[in-house]
Design a binder for this molecule. Sequence first.
Ligand code: PLP
Ligand code: ZN
Length: 411
Amino acid sequence: MSRVIGLKCRECGAEYEANIQNTCYECFGPLEVHYDWDEVQNTVSKEKIAKGPASIWRYADLLPIDGTNYVDLGAGFNKLHHAKNLGKILGLKELYILDESVNPTNSFKDRVTSVAVSKALEFGATAIGCASTGNLASAVGAHAAKAGLPAYIFIPGSIEIGKITQMLAYNPHVIAVDGTYDDANRLASEVADMHPDWAFVNITIRPYYTEGSKTLAFETAEQFGWETPDHIVAPLASGALLCAISRGFNELEQIGFVDDSKKIKVSGAQPTGCSPISTAVINDTEVIPIKHLDTIAHSLAIGNPADGYYAKQVIQNSGGNAASVTDEEILDSILLLARTEGLFTEPAGGTTIAGLRRLVENGDIQPDERTVVYVTGNGLKAQETILTALKRPEVIKPTYSEFTKKYSNLN
Ligand SMILES: Cc1ncc(COP(=O)(O)O)c(C=O)c1O
Ligand SMILES: [Zn+2]
């Protein structure tokens, strides 16, 4: 029996067969996966998970794939670092960082893509597509290559060269547009309409795609011995990641894996140059899309966030908050994380750490809250940006006298 009954509208509850579809025909609301929870409960167990593979697929009983034909490059099962040094500086007793920079293509996007491309194979899709701010592109390129399917990737032309180089290596069709992510996404949606047998991971099969990020909650709880944190902090672009992590914790409560009496505060972070969701949370207004985006955090530069409304709701209902942080704070936080915890992240991760700092300063996160921060991408992808905050080493002659000339007064 399948654990997936079909798709269900988040707004009006209308039900549909599991298909390549993301919007409700009745009310245009977003669709989500509708599980048979009795079936899930019959198959899932902590023991089975413990014996499962060292990847997101250990949680297969909580994911929307029927068989075991996974497109698996090994996403997930990443270390939850006890960030004692950073915690001490910030005055937090129990700070943890889930490091996503070590995924197969070096961002959390491998989780969502592994699920989406596996589902695309189930649907018999003839090509994979996506609109991307940079990281999803490489995840899709790599997983499509593994699945033996062509890929069509729509990106804003202005993103970091490291991300472009990486995605090109997998040989997808890369369509770089003169515009923002929102422009690339609009074009990708038009192309998706014309090609119903192509699966656009974050557009036409978005309900399945977002399920992949629930595994961040599962992994967190499992590494805590099936306990939950008090507070989590995640970066926000479309808002899908934050909503999915929260949903993951709720599902663990629902199946009785964790204590359901404990409320987890959910907080988010965005760069000031693109902060439609954070601004809406802070000012308690609607999420207002923005057109002019100006930030070094290219992977978070989405002006019209698809899940912005829901991310705001999740944050506010949980008692969490949001932060908007400057490019300077982002760079400073990238270096702080590297120099305290030995973790090198890109500006999206810098945004999250800078957001954490702001939330602590403002008293939104209390010193004794067990806090988990999701650092979602790798610093090597944004070298030209990060180097602006560093000084390249002076090149010296390889002699001992040259060395002592420069370093004689150091010990
Ligand atoms: C590294 C990184 N972190 C976070 C995000 C935000 O994800 P979401 O669009 O699900 O909010 C992205 C999106 O591209 C990303 O690349
Ligand atoms: Zn509906």
